[in-house]
Write a protein that binds this ligand. Structure first.
Ligand code: 13P
Length: 341
């Protein structure tokens, strides 16, 4: 494994004021979102949608990398250029989701473990040939009565570490994504303790499997109140608790941390990231975004599957990218939101 090369890619993925566009929804997830908006759930529609995203003028000003799904990395844009090559030409690093999804964990049916290790070495090699330079694997941890179980945290952390090591051997920078779900009415303190334990076990497993920390990116969820909690912690508390959790668990050798949005509103996702980056405390890693919904949801609603809406949808995407790019520098303000309105 070439640690120097992996580190160069990882640092480019978290370059100042830029973040990652997660556009790697699996067919079921993408189709569910299309169905809600009455968009036909077909291959040509998914291609047209993703073409709209990656041809947004100025995207590379705020986006350093884009995570693709297997279908997309094998497709051409509507302009007939392979998606990965198109992104590369723009200075956006192409990445690939390599996990096969979270499935019920045997013996712990309320929890999930992420599948996809079988054949991963060969798939990583193929994705490198197709132009990918980083990869992603998402594990989900559920908070609930008696949850998460030790079995769930350990199985997921182990799989993340096996995946990360295989990725690095293939020249792909692994995005290690242990997502603690926001679902539920738990307190932010409860979220803190589950997130801290999860990240501790993940880094223990990464060490056991010989993963080079200089050549990876962590994609965590923020430490936040449950989505249906009675009283939800404010942005300052979310930022403080998230940073405290990271300082307690993430070695300084990791070049960057790129958060998922996990069901936060567009504005919450920008406000929380900004609050972390505007703290005066110097941090050992770059904090940026790797958002899916918080970058795309408005754009998809505007697009609705109609070519006539492409320009407006692209403006919506660009707007979220600009807000989050500013938040990555601690320069976002809610006043920016009314500018666009
Ligand atoms: P969200 O930002 O919508 O949570 O998606 C990020 C992602 O990549 C999930 O795996």
């Amino acid at each position: 494994m070439n640690i120097e090369e992996l580190n160069k890619i990882a640092r480019a993925m978290v370059a100042p004021g830029r973040g990652i566009l997660a556009m790697d929804e699996s067919h079921p997830t993408c189709n569910k979102r299309f169905e809600k908006l009455g968009i036909p759930t077909t291959e040509p529609m998914r291609r047209a949608y993703r073409d709209m995203l990656v041809t947004s003028p100025g995207l590379s000003d705020f986006i350093s990398g884009a995570i693709l799904f297997d279908e997309t990395i094998r497709q051409n844009t509507l302009g007939d250029i392979p998606f990965a090559a198109h992104l590369g030409n723009l200075g956006i690093i192409p990445g690939i989701k390599v996990d096969a999804g979270a499935k019920p964990l045997a013996g712990h049916e309320a929890e999930k473990v992420t599948h996809g290790l079988d054949g991963l070495r060969e798939r990583c090699a193929e994705y490198y040939e197709l132009g990918a330079r980083f990869s992603k694997w998402r594990a989900v941890i559920t908070i609930g009565p008696g949850l998460p179980s030790w079995a769930c945290i350990e199985a997921n952390a182990h799989a993340l570490a096996r995946y990360a090591r295989l990725s690095q051997e293939a020249g792909l920078v692994p995005i290690v994504e242990p997502e603690v779900l926001m679902d539920g009415d738990h307190t932010i303190e409860h979220c803190y303790s589950v997130t801290e334990l999860t990240q501790r076990i993940v880094f223990h497993q990464l060490k056991n499997q010989g993963v080079a920390l200089e050549g990876m990116i962590l994609k965590p969820s923020m430490v936040i109140s449950g989505a249906s909690a009675n009283s939800r912690a404010d942005a300052k508390t979310v930022a403080e608790q998230t940073v405290r959790c990271l300082l307690n668990t993430v070695p300084a050798a990791v070049p960057g941390i790129a958060f998922l949005s996990g069901g936060q509103t567009d504005q919450e996702a920008s406000t929380h990231l900004n609050a972390m980056n505007s703290s005066v405390r110097p941090l050992p890693w770059t904090l940026t975004f790797s958002y899916g919904r918080a970058l795309q949801q408005t754009a998809m609603q505007v697009w609705k599957g109609d070519r006539a809406n492409v320009l407006l949808a692209q403006q919506a995407l660009l707007w979220r990218a600009r807000c989050n790019g500013s938040a990555a520098l601690g320069k976002y303000s809610e006043a920016m939101e009314s500018e666009v309105a």
